[in-house]
Each structure stands twice: as structure tokens, then as C-alpha cells.
Design a protein around this ligand. Structure first.
Ligand code: ADP
Ligand code: ZN
Ligand code: ZN
Length: 758
């Protein structure tokens, strides 16, 4: 075997400028030891300071004359090597989404440092029960109370936890030492895993699957056994038994000695969900999410690696738990925007799961009540296999939905945010002691403060956004955290009528209390859920009947069954239609469908009222009909006509600069570069050039919709193309230019098929 004598190493700094590999000589003792993926220490820069880096290649080809190469100092202590698959995944991410290799590596490594296992001590009896009893008798005779107590316990149990003996039995260290030296007991250390799942519940078998459910499971597992690896999309209304299908599929995978990753949006990772998996798979299921400590994360990865876990549940980062024999990835609520990373590399969990499934020869199961346009489009094209679940196994029908035209309300003299019909229905619920949920389809808080006299709006001095009004007269910038007090007078004209624009959940709560005397209201929004567990606490209180109404933002429409909720009101359904990106219609449809799914989950029939200023928008019309197919047909047409994903692909290039003029000039240069297609370099460049000229459209550069954040100016360019690889080619070219131009103060980021406004 030829051993490479040189290592190409990537230095651990998340910065464009050093995102290339540096070559080092491998010292004698490490020849044949150093492998791809290992974390090493190397001298770097002028002062030869030791830096950490990852070996990406071991080779026999020196890039420079031997004498110019520095030597690897050693393997970094306590570091974890990157496994080959993780290395591939990182390289794929770098290529597909545009980021530094180091940023990609950091993303695919759930933990970077090895952690010590936790230890606990235990006391083991070395004598037989008989013998122990006689030693106990002796101790009693000599009136050695402490000894006697332990010995008594040991006649019953062979092993006792050290803590129990010390605390509950009050044994001193000296007593234990003397027992140990007399050969009665042994004190041992035992290591154990930190387990973030703190549940105790009896195991429960699955339900007998319905014909529809069994059909899906049968198909997926028989494909698997035949060696076919596919992506499946389960489109099923809430409560149609998708989770039951996942559970049953996992069971099938476990029988085949395979492990599974279950992705769910962070917000849906609740006690109830976890409990359901725990009841089915006991200790062989665990979780992975951002709230775990480094030690807990490390231990879950160790358990997975050693085959001691069958299932891991978590948000998108759970994808990177290293299973030896991954069989299936499940992605529930596949349409959720939280599956797209907001930091570099801006990966989408669905695409990444697809790549990972390919790498590991696993299958991928997506599920949603309102599939993303991406997934459904692929299913329509036959790339995914589509299953539909149309019924609820528990009976329970969909709620009756009606739409209220708020324009008419206003015309007929009702200025309140509650339509007359909603007020009537709420009165009825209050009388019957049933519960109502009111949903404000809006992100963020109460909104901006403006002068009613001159129109002046309070803005952040560092960002291009208005300040948001908070309790106690505070005004906060949600982008940089800048805070100031609400002025008494307009800074512009001196008028005292400088007021908040009232449309937040807090104001709704106020108006409810004014309209319905004695009403008990719970509120759930970013303000009331800032503390840990407050989300769960509010839901539990509502579920326990502590309030008549729950008012909230989109947080309240997820998961959770409240059997006593028989009315759901959406206060202004079109608010989310005003978001300035092409997914606004899709998001509105999803939110409304989910909100509608909250009513009538129990035995009582439910009713849903959608109030809106745009009753004829297809997103609202089809959500009211709960007709996903009809919505999809109209939405995909809009995407085709407008040229938006999933019909084409989009790449946003965000250029940021502390200097407005420089940022502007630089984005102009990048735009020219893309237009010119760069001078041909070699070989078939001209063909590429033609393809790019034919297949790519460039939009911009322009100031981003938020033109400044934290005193940094932001410029955007969009490239659109039906071919993803044309976009990655442009990205590579721009990256090369960026590197060669030696740009220091400016920053560049790529975002493929962006979600939300940038
Ligand atoms: P989804 O994930 O689509 O919202 P769930 O799997 O949570 O649906 O199922 C909704 C409810 O129906 C749950 O209470 C579940 O226990 C029950 N359920 C699912 N499948 C069956 C079945 N085959 N027989 C009886 N009850 C079922
Ligand atoms: Zn004013
Ligand atoms: Zn700001």
C-alpha cells in the first residue's frame, strides 16, 4: 500500500479567505496513521501559531517543493474524526449551497469534541446473602449502627447505588472504606450515557392499521426489500394517521436491523410526540436538538454509532447523527420553513435528506397535510411516489369553514376586529363553556409607532426597519436589538399623537376583555413565550380549561389537540399575503389549513371562521374548501408564469458592505461578471457559456428589501434558471472572482431557492 506523505488540510477558520486547502508534510510517526477527516494541529501563518484543521486528502503529490512545506504538528487531542460519509455530505453542501468547507464540516458534525462519559459509583456485595447476614448480626451485637444499616440493605440487594447508601442510609466514607478493606463490598465506578429523554412509560403496541395505512407501509417495505430506494410523499390531512404510519415503518426497519432518523420541526417536538415514540420503542429512541448540552449530544451520537439506538428524533440537525446502518429518514411536516437553514450553508433538510439517503442507501418518507409546492411538484413529475390519506381513523370530520368579508363589515359600520358573526359564535361558545382559538396570521409583534399628524415613523438608526413597540414604552429593533423609549412627542413635528399601530395579539386580548365581560384569555406570542417551557405551560393551561379563549400567532396552529375547542377564528387571513415573497400564497394556505384543523378534534363538531379583506384570493378560497389539489393547480400556474421555484431554481447573492458606495460598485461588478460569463478558460467553456446565456436570467443588483442591518448595507442579485447546475456554475465563478480580487471588508452569501424575504 502506498502511503501518502502529504496532507491537504483545511484550516479551522470560518472565513472565505482561508477556505482552501494547505499542504503539509506528514511526520514519520503519523505516516499511515493520518487519514481523511482527522482533526490535526498545524503551524499556520507568519508566527507559525498552532491551528486546528481537518485533513481532506492524503496524497503523494507535493504541490510545492518539499522544503517549502511545513509539517503537521500532531493529531488534535480529544477531537473526533469526520467520517467518510460526513466528509462527502459536507463537500456536497459546499458545492450545492455555496459555503466554506469548514462551515459545511461544522454543520455536519453534531459534536466536535469527544466528551467524557458520566460516571456513577455503585456498591457490590462480595459475600453471599448468608454470609452477609452473619456479618450484619455481628455489627448489631457490637452496636455499630451505621454498618448494620448498610449490611441489612445488602442482605436484600447485591448492588446498591453509592448515592443512596451515602445519602439515604447516612453511611460515612470511613464506614464504606472499612467494609471494602474487610472484603465485604467493592466500590466501583460505572460510566453511563447522559440521556435527554426523561420519560417513564409503559410500552404500547401500535394500532391495527387501516387499509390505506397498511397499503403505504406494505409498499414502502416491499420496495425496500426489493432493493428499491425511493422518496415517498404522504399527503394526509391532520389526524389521518401519518404518524401511526411512520411508527409502523420504523418497526419494520428495526426488524431489518436498520436505524431511522425522524425529522420534525423544532416547535412540534413536544412531550406528547416524544411520548408516543417512547411508548413504542422505549429506550432505543432518543432526541437531538439545540437544547441538549454538548455532553448529551455527544452521548446520543455515541449511542447511535454503537448501535444502541434505533431512532433519533429532532429538527434538521438530527440528520447528522451517525448511524451505522441507516434505513429510513422520515420528515414530518415536510413543508415547514424551519427546515431551511438560515446560516451558511443555507441547506434545505429535504434536499439534504435526499442526498444522505442516497449515500446511505436508505429511503426517505415525507409527510404533510399541506405539502410544499416543491415536494408535490416532484411527486407530480414522478420523482417521488405519492400516497394520500383521506380519512381520520378516529372518525371526527373536518370542521365547517366559512369566510367573512371584512370590507363588508366595515361598510356596514362594524369597526371592531371581530366580525358580527364571530362575536355571535363566541357568545355561543362562552354560554356552552366550549373553547375558542383566535389566530392572528402575522409574524412579529404589535408593530410600528407613527405620528398620526405628520406620518413620521420611528425607525432604527442602524437598520432599515421600523422599531417595534413593546410593553412599558420600550421600542426595540428586531434586527440589531437597538432599544429606545417611546417619545412623548413626535421628533419631527412635536405633535403628541405619536402612537403604536394596534394590531398585535396584546391588543386583541384587550379588545376581547372590553367586548366580553369576564372572559378568560390566554395569549401566546413571541412576548409570552420567551421563557423556557412557557410555550408548554400556556398550552397545558388552555387544555386544562383555564381560559375560554387562546389568542396567538402562528405558534398556536401547530400540533396539539384540544378536544374542547369548537371554534377557530382567523382574524385577518390576508395579513400573510402581504409578505413580499413568492411563497406568501403558499404560506397563507398552509396556515389557514392548519388553523382549520384545530377545530373539532374531539367528539364535538367544529366551526372555523376566516375573516379577510380578500375573500376571493385562491389561497383563502381553497383553504376554506380544504382543497389542496385545487390550491396546488393555481399556485403552480402562478409559479410557472412568474418563473419561481419549484418550476425553476433561484439563487440569491447577498453582498454586504459597511460602505454604501463600495457595496453598490461591487454588486455592479458581480452583475457584469455574470452577464459577461467570464472569459473562456479552457476546453468546453464555450458550451457552458452558451448554456448559461440561454438558461439563466439575472435580476438586479438592487438594494435588499431591508437595505441596512446594523450599519451594514445589503445588496441583492437574483439568478434564475431551470437548471440548478447552471446556478452552481455561476456561484463557483463568482467565488473564484471573489477570492482572486482579495476583497476584505465586503461579504458574500449565496441562498438557493430562498425561503422568506432576504
Ligand atoms: P397525523 O400524524 O396524520 O396527524 P396520527 O397518526 O397522529 O395522525 O393519528 C391521529 C389519531 O388517530 C391518533 O390519536 C392516532 O392514535 C389515531 N390513529 C391513527 N391510526 C389509527 C388506526 N389505524 N386505528 C385507530 N386509531 C388510529
Ligand atoms: Zn409628527
Ligand atoms: Zn437595528
Amino acid at each position: 500500500m502506498i502511503q501518502g506523505r502529504y496532507a491537504n488540510i483545511i484550516i479551522d477558520i470560518s472565513h472565505e479567505k482561508v477556505d482552501k486547502t494547505f499542504q503539509y508534510k506528514i511526520p514519520e510517526p503519523l505516516l499511515g496513521v493520518l487519514e481523511e477527516g482527522m482533526c490535526v494541529q498545524v503551524p499556520f501563518g507568519k508566527g507559525d501559531h498552532l491551528r486546528q484543521g481537518y485533513v481532506v486528502e492524503v496524497t503523494d503529490r507535493p504541490q510545492f517543493p518539499e522544503e517549502k512545506l511545513k509539517q503537521v504538528a500532531g493529531i488534535a487531542a480529544g477531537s473526533l474524526p469526520v467520517e467518510a460519509d460526513a466528509m462527502k455530505l459536507a463537500a456536497w453542501m459546499k458545492h450545492t449551497y455555496g459555503s466554506t468547507m469548514i462551515a459545511a464540516l461544522k454543520t455536519v458534525l453534531p459534536v466536535k469534541q469527544a466528551m467524557k462519559l458520566k460516571e456513577k459509583k455503585k456498591i457490590t456485595r462480595l459475600l453471599t446473602a448468608e454470609e452477609t447476614r452473619s456479618v450484619w448480626a455481628q455489627a448489631l451485637q457490637k452496636n455499630q449502627k451505621a454498618r448494620a444499616k448498610i449490611l441489612e440493605e445488602l442482605t436484600e440487594e447485591e448492588i446498591l447505588p453509592y448515592e443512596l447508601v451515602r445519602e439515604k442510609l447516612g453511611a460515612s466514607q470511613a464506614t464504606l472504606k472499612s467494609l471494602e478493606s474487610q472484603g465485604v463490598i467493592r466500590i466501583e465506578r460505572e460510566s453511563y450515557y447522559r440521556n435527554p429523554v426523561k420519560l417513564k412509560a409503559d410500552r404500547e403496541d401500535g394500532r391495527v392499521l387501516s387499509k390505506e395505512q397498511a397499503g403505504i407501509c406494505g409498499r414502502v417495505l416491499s420496495d425496500f426489500d426489493e432493493g428499491k430506494r425511493k422518496t415517498y410523499l404522504i399527503h394526509g390531512i391532520t389526524g389521518s394517521g401519518k404518524t401511526e404510519v411512520y411508527l409502523s415503518l420504523i418497526e419494520g426497519m428495526i426488524k431489518r436491523k436498520k436505524q431511522c432518523i425522524v425529522l420534525i420541526p423544532e416547535i412540534a417536538l413536544t412531550y406528547q410526540t416524544l411520548l408516543r415514540f417512547y411508548k413504542r420503542f422505549g429506550d432505543r429512541v432518543s432526541v437531538m436538538n439545540s437544547t441538549l448540552s454538548a455532553g448529551e449530544k455527544f452521548d446520543q451520537c455515541e449511542r447511535a454509532r454503537k448501535g444502541e439506538l434505533d431512532v433519533i428524533i429532532g429538527p434538521r440537525s438530527a440528520l447528522f447523527v451517525p448511524f451505522p446502518d441507516l434505513g429510513m429518514i422520515v420528515m414530518d411536516e415536510e413543508h415547514e420553513t424551519s427546515y431551511k437553514s438560515e446560516t451558511m450553508p443555507r441547506y434545505h433538510a429535504r434536499e439534504t435528506a435526499e442526498y444522505l439517503a442516497g449515500l446511505k442507501k436508505a429511503c426517505l418518507v415525507l409527510g404533510s397535510a399541506t405539502p410544499s409546492l416543491e415536494a408535490y411538484y416532484r411527486a407530480q413529475k414522478g420523482c417521488y411516489e405519492l400516497f394520500t390519506l383521506n380519512n381520520r381513523p378516529t372518525g371526527g370530520s373536518l370542521a365547517a369553514v366559512s369566510v367573512i368579508d371584512l370590507r363588508r363589515e366595515l361598510k356596514e359600520g362594524n369597526r371592531s376586529i371581530f366580525s358580527r358573526r364571530l362575536q355571535e359564535l363566541m357568545e355561543e361558545r362562552l354560554a356552552k363553556k366550549e373553547q375558542t382559538m383566535l389566530f392572528l396570521n402575522r409574524r412579529g409583534y404589535a408593530g410600528f409607532v407613527s405620528c398620526r399628524f405628520c406620518g413620521y415613523v420611528m425607525r432604527c438608526p442602524h437598520c432599515d426597519v421600523s422599531l417595534s413597540q413593546h410593553l412599558g414604552g420600550r421600542m426595540v429593533c428586531h434586527y440589531c436589538g437597538y432599544e429606545t423609549r417611546q417619545p412623548q412627542k413626535c421628533p419631527e413635528c412635536g405633535s403628541p399623537y405619536i402612537l403604536g399601530f394596534k394590531a398585535g395579539t396584546e391588543q386583541i386580548e384587550e379588545q376581547l376583555k372590553a367586548r366580553f365581560s369576564g372572559i378568560r384569555v390566554l395569549r401566546m406570542d413571541a412576548d409570552t413565550t420567551r421563557k423556557k417551557d412557557s410555550y408548554e405551560r400556556i398550552l397545558a393551561a388552555f387544555s386544562g380549561g383555564e381560559a375560554d379563549v387562546l389568542v396567538g400567532t402562528q405558534m398556536i396552529v401547530k400540533g396539539h389537540d384540544f378536544p374542547n375547542v369548537t371554534l377557530v377564528g382567523v382574524l385577518a387571513a390576508d395579513l400573510s399575503l402581504n409578505d413580499s415573497d413568492y411563497r406568501a400564497g403558499e404560506r397563507t394556505f398552509q396556515l389557514l389549513t392548519q388553523a382549520a384543523g384545530r377545530a373539532g378534534r374531539g367528539s364535538l363538531p367544529g366551526e372555523v371562521l376566516i375573516q379577510t379583506y380578500r375573500p376571493d384570493h385562491y389561497g383563502i378560497v381553497q383553504a376554506a374548501r380544504q382543497d389542496y389539489r385545487a390550491f396546488y393547480e393555481e399556485e403552480i400556474l402562478y409559479r410557472k408564469l412568474g418563473g419561481y421555484p419549484p418550476v425553476i431554481h433561484m439563487m440569491a447573492i447577498l453582498i454586504t458592505s459597511p460602505d454604501e458606495k463600495r457595496g453598490e460598485a461591487l454588486s455592479g461588478r458581480i452583475a457584469c461578471l455574470i452577464k459577461e460569463q467570464m472569459p473562456p478558460c479552457a476546453g468546453h467553456c464555450d458550451i457552458q457559456k452558451d448554456e448559461i446565456a440561454r438558461e439563466v436570467t439575472l435580476i438586479g443588483p438592487a438594494r435588499a428589501s431591508i437595505g441596512k442591518i446594523n450599519d451594514i448595507y445589503r445588496f441583492l442579485l437574483y439568478c434564475k434558471s431551470p437548471k440548478y447546475h447552471c446556478l452552481t456554475k455561476i456561484k463557483d465563478q463568482v467565488e473564484r472572482y471573489w477570492e482572486s480580487a482579495g476583497i476584505k471588508e465586503e461579504n458574500i452569501q449565496f441562498d438557493f431557492d430562498p425561503v422568506g424575504s432576504i
